[in-house]
Structures are given as C-alpha cells and as structure tokens.
Design a protein around this ligand. Structure first.
Ligand code: IDP
Ligand code: MG
Length: 151
C-alpha cells in the first residue's frame, strides 16, 4: 500500500452551506492526514487551469463560474492509497448517482453543485498540488496516531 498525496477542494456550495466541518470530519475520522489547507477566492485563471482538461466541453464555462463564485477550501491530504480512497469517499460526479454514504451522495443534489473535488490519478494529483500550493505551504509533521494507521 502506497502512501499518496491528493488535492482536495471543498467547493463554494459546501462552504456556503456550512458543510466544510462535516466534510473535513469525514476525512479526519478515516485517518487521512491534512498536510496543507487554505481558504481561497479562486481567480478565473486558476479555475481555468484547474479544469483545463475539460476545456471545450459544455460544462467548462459554468464550472469555472461555479468555482470562482465564492471561496473554496483547498487542501492536500495524505494517506494510504489516498487518491482512490478520497475518490471513493466522494462518490460519483453526479450526486444523483452517488451512493448514500458518500459525501456527494449524502450532501449533494445535482451535478452542477457537487460539493467536493479530489484528484483522479497520480499525475493529476501532482499537477493540482503544484498548481494550488507553493512547496513552503505544505507542512511536515508527525501525527500521534500514525503508528495505528500502518502495520
Ligand atoms: P469529477 O469532479 O468527479 O472528477 P469531472 O468529470 O472531472 O468530474 O468534472 C469536473 C467537474 O465539472 C465536476 O466535478 C462538476 O463540478 C463539473 N461537471 C462535470 N460534468 C458536468 C455536467 O454534466 N454538468 C454540470 N457540471 C458538470
Ligand atoms: Mg475530474
């Protein structure tokens, strides 16, 4: 099992709906380590870079508008197999299709306001972490429960 880093964003609707604590709490309870976190008013430029692989698709412009509409909480999370683990905890892109028990399935209602983002691969995680954070913003510390989260 590989220790991985992933980029996660609590989207504007979740911050506005005061769901940030609930979402963070799920990651904390799972044992995932927060190694960087900030509240960001996202510029159009940053949003367009973040979603550049979707450029040209019908939902590209509305998604950029959504992400820049109000602050987001950006973070880097670390854990065993963190990329896939976080994607599983988030559920499918469309909250209507996401299973109950997942963040999107429990807290969201439709695809245009789907609460949360998580990197989908190692390459994407590296790109997104570098896009959102300077190396000096990523902390290095030992958490007291780490010995219980590996064999
Ligand atoms: P993901 O966030 O689960 O990785 P992607 O397909 O990469 O899903 O899409 C990126 C984001 O674009 C979604 O999280 C959502 O905010 C938005 N989006 C994707 N498809 C649609 C759509 O059909 N309608 C509206 N927004 C969409
Ligand atoms: Mg994606």
């Amino acid at each position: 099992m590989e220790k991985e880093r992933t980029f996660v964003m609590i989207k504007p609707d979740a911050v506005q709906r005061r769901l940030a604590g609930e979402i963070l709490s799920r990651f904390e309870k799972k044992g995932i380590k927060i190694i960087a976190m900030k509240l960001v008013s996202v510029s159009k430029e940053l949003a367009e870079k973040h979603y550049e692989i979707h450029k040209g698709k019908p939902f590209f412009k509305p998604t950029v508008k959504y992400i820049t509409s109000s602050p987001v909480i950006a973070m880097v999370l670390e854990g065993n197999n963190a990329i896939e683990m976080v994607r599983g905890m988030m559920g499918k892109t469309d909250p209507q299709k996401a299973k109950l028990g997942t963040i999107r399935g429990d807290l969201g209602q439709f695809i245009g306001r789907n609460i949360v983002h998580g990197s989908d691969s190692k390459e994407t995680a590296e790109f997104e972490i570098n896009l959102w954070f300077k190396p000096t913003e990523i902390t290095k510390y030992k958490r007291i429960d780490e010995q219980w989260l590996t064999e």
